[in-house]
Design a protein around this ligand. Sequence first.
Ligand code: NAP
Length: 300
Amino acid sequence: MIESGLQKKYKILLLGPNGQLGESLKNHLEAFHELECADKKKFDFLNPTNFSDILKKNKPSLVINAAAYTDVEGAESNENLANQINSEALKYIASACEALDTTLLHFSTDYVFDGNKNKPYLEDDKPNPISIYGNSKLLGEKIISDNMKNYIIFRTSGVISNNTNNFINKIMLAAETQKELKIVDDQITSLNHSDFLAEAINKILSSLKIEKVNSLGEIYNLVGPSSGTWFEFSKFAQRICKNRKKKSKFADISLTPVSSEEMNFKANRPKYSHLSSDKIKKEFSLSIPSWEKSILEIFK
Ligand SMILES: NC(=O)c1ccc[n+]([C@@H]2O[C@H](COP(=O)([O-])OP(=O)(O)OC[C@H]3O[C@@H](n4cnc5c(N)ncnc54)[C@H](OP(=O)(O)O)[C@@H]3O)[C@@H](O)[C@H]2O)c1
């Protein structure tokens, strides 16, 4: 740890720096921490045996894992791939971090829950995933908590960003070639801009002393305060798109609310998976902005 004014600086190894959250973390952390990024070329989760060597070479005090297999539909026909990236590779990462006394910050999902609760899920509610993706992420959580002392798992949901791989960008792209968009209106969750999540991680790291990070073995929910359906998210996005006079067919396309059954998805998704962020709010005095603000961030 290097002291720089009031900022504590950690040497951090960031995995998955080119994904939505990875890119935001890179942008938010690099000014305050000594950051080494390992993309797929430097460390492939499908060939994880060299992780220990990478860790010994870089000697970070923290590893942040923003890499994952995030294709919920794709996972249903690629179970091995999802498990390899979201859980099996973590055996190597967790054991190397534990052996070298390196803290691991990892991300998980609201999809570890079955959605049968009708109020926000707490960290210690019993997970019961109903999709291959959710199951692979839960297995990853278990590998970390069973094999490590010093870790923090942040469960988040509906990550959006200003790069192309997310719900808002996908519906805007689909609007270019379709006359009507059918959007699911019976799954309740929240959207969270990756910059807001990265800002929160940065705040946590700057407020924590390394000794405290090293005594954590915790799960924290990290999402905005309110929830909505994918249809509500898309209607709000459309309103913003119109108000801002964005040149996009999305501004005028017909949006139709439909049930999950009508969409014939391969993967089951929880009907209700909003997470309560009360624990992180209380312990770190921070909160993630609402899903409306996350969407506004896309249209800035
Ligand atoms: N997206 C969501 O809506 C959502 C919701 C809840 C929780 N989460 C969790 O939040 C975290 C971040 O999600 P995200 O949306 O930022 O993910 P993302 O945009 O899909 O990025 C995933 C990253 O993982 C990397 N990756 C994939 N396969 C890899 C491999 N074999 N070896 C090395 N790297 C590999 C990708 O690298 P390439 O770019 O090189 O392929 C990419 O940088 C994940 O843990 C995810 O489960 C996401």
